[in-house]
Design a protein around this ligand. Structure first.
Ligand code: UDP
Length: 416
């Protein structure tokens, strides 16, 4: 069997005071219809990145809704992660020459995971496959059983993909009973997806990453890392990856510092197991920041876990997300939920999140710097922006809404 993740327990009743009543009731009604259905989520890692983040909340809430829901991590090792990282970049538009070897590695790990699932002889009503890494499990498992419905959830923007990779994987994508994309703009060009469903992701307002922290507690945590809480700081929380452009963030900070010398910059990045490029980029970024004591770089390896990310996000004067390409951009949702003003690139799911006045969209480094300066100099403007963003997230991007959308899809596929 695949490696099972134990995501702990959660109860929907705890979310009652945060969400609308009709949403709560809708989830209860769907739960009745789906009671006892067996769902297996499969992805490539239990740690780092947005997908794992979502599953830690969604899986317990599906269990709370009465489903028998499990989360399995597929087989993987460095050669596989190197290939799937290249696929990930290629699907987001990077140049890439798809080799026979890369395909063989990709297929072999998917085949092994598929075999393990078949040998386990468990019955699943829904197989919920996340992102391209485990995509071929359906193919190699032969679909497991007649009654199993297969969902492929694409978390990334594949609108301008590398053609070789897209042509290779699109027959497998089409073979699913439903394909979920975050928004229509992310779907691949010229691929007919008759079972397309659009569902944006969401954040968990009650997780350690997002629960309410008092300003005192947040400040206490942040100051332990050497950041001067009496002075303003800009923040970007992201994997160390060219698409997240940490070097560009340092350029933005340098422009801001010319005008506001007391400003500091905090870059927080988790090092994910399926992200071999991360280390190269970590060293590139530390090199680029060298010599400036007001730039702080932290990661999960320097003890910055969920609570610490929460503290940095709760206290930041401006949260930057200078991505060049982005999936949905859960970090932006997290910052908006903490009522922080956000300065973010007009890519991926970011415009959908900050379009209602919760942040400033930028296309260039000077524009980003100008936006940060405006926010730092006008706290009232920054405050109003933060409150607007928070309400937009409450209405659209919290986990109960995602749970409702997924359950509605299960009910449709299973005909209950
Ligand atoms: N994250 C984290 N620590 C870090 C960097 C990122 O916990 O040092 C989390 C972040 O809070 C967010 C997720 O990883 O929940 C990243 O999701 P996003 O959609 O922004 O980007 P992805 O990494 O999936 O491209």
């Amino acid at each position: 069997m695949l490696q099972r993740v134990n995501p702990g327990n959660k109860s929907l009743t705890d979310y009652r005071s945060i969400i609308r009543r009709d949403l709560y009731e809708e989830i209860q009604e769907l739960s009745e219809r789906l009671r006892g259905k067996r769902v297996l989520h499969v992805n490539a890692t239990s740690f780092g990145g947005g997908v794992a983040e979502i599953l830690y909340t969604l899986v317990p809430l599906m269990r709370d809704a009465g489903l028998e829901c499990e989360w399995g991590v597929m087989f993987g090792a460095e050669p596989f992660f190197n290939v799937t990282k290249s696929f990930h970049n290629a699907l987001q538009g990077a140049d890439y020459d798809l080799s026979v070897e890369a395909r063989a590695i990709y297929e072999e790990y998917n085949r092994q995971s598929a075999m393990a699932l078949r040998e386990a002889k468990e019955e699943w009503d829904i197989m919920f496959i996340h992102d391209p890494q485990p995509l071929l499990i359906k193919h190699f498992s032969g679909g497991l059983s007649e009654k199993t419905k297969w969902i492929w959830r694409c978390h990334i923007d594949t609108s301008t993909p590398n053609r070789q990779v897209l042509d290779y994987i699109s027959p497998y994508i089409k073979d699913y009973d439903a394909q979920i994309y975050t928004m229509r703009e992310y779907t691949p060009p010229d691929v007919d997806l008759p079972n397309l469903v659009l569902i944006p992701p969401a954040i968990d307002p009650l997780s350690p990453k997002n629960m309410a922290l008092s300003a005192e507690d947040a400040s206490y945590i942040v100051s332990q890392f050497g950041v001067d809480t009496e002075r303003p700081f800009l923040l970007q929380v992201s994997r160390f990856d060219p698409w997240k452009d940490p070097l560009g963030v340092i350029d933005v900070y340098r422009l801001v510092k010319e005008e506001i010398p007391e400003v500091q910059l905090v870059l927080v990045g988790s090092m994910a197991h399926d992200d071999p490029e991360g280390w190269d980029y970590w060293y590139k970024t530390t090199g680029y920041a060298a010599g400036d004591d007001d730039i702080f770089l932290f990661s999960n390896l320097t003890n910055v876990g969920a609570i610490e990310v929460n503290a940095f996000q709760s206290l930041a004067d401006v949260v930057i997300q200078k991505s060049i390409r982005e999936g949905f951009g859960l970090v932006v949702t997290e910052a908006l939920w903490k009522a922080r003003p956000v300065v973010a690139s007009r890519v991926g799911g970011i415009p959908m999140q900050v379009n209602k006045g919760g942040g400033i969209l930028i296309d260039t480094i000077p524009e980003a710097a100008e936006a940060c300066i405006k926010l730092l100099k006008d706290p009232e403007f920054a405050y109003k922006m933060g409150r607007t963003g928070k309400e937009h997230v409450r209405a659209n991007f919290l986990t109960p809404r995602l749970l409702r959308d997924d359950l509605a899809l299960f009910a449709k596929l299973l005909g209950v």
